[in-house]
Design a protein around this ligand. Sequence first.
Ligand code: SF4
Length: 95
Amino acid sequence: MKPPKVPPIAALWEWQLSAACRGLESARFFSPTGERGQARVLRERAAREICGGCAVREECARFAAESGEQHGVWGGVSRERATRRQRSGTSPTVS
Ligand code: SF4
């Protein structure tokens, strides 16, 4: 019996080694409990600015979409916004 063709696990995550957010607190990218309104807008804007200088934005956005992430900022887009765009039929562009 042949073993299944599964890529090495490291290959699935290797892009994260080049992430601009590497070593930063995840709270910059994920909404803390009870966060609302302007606080959320400002946190997400700051997260998107970090993503703007990231070399692996496309990989990050693809990973989030393919793994069904529903929260946080990935690839410069909030997953809540990306999910709304996908449901409305518009493209979840990286911005
Ligand atoms: S795009 Fe943003 S969230 Fe994704 S790896 Fe880069 S800095 Fe981190």
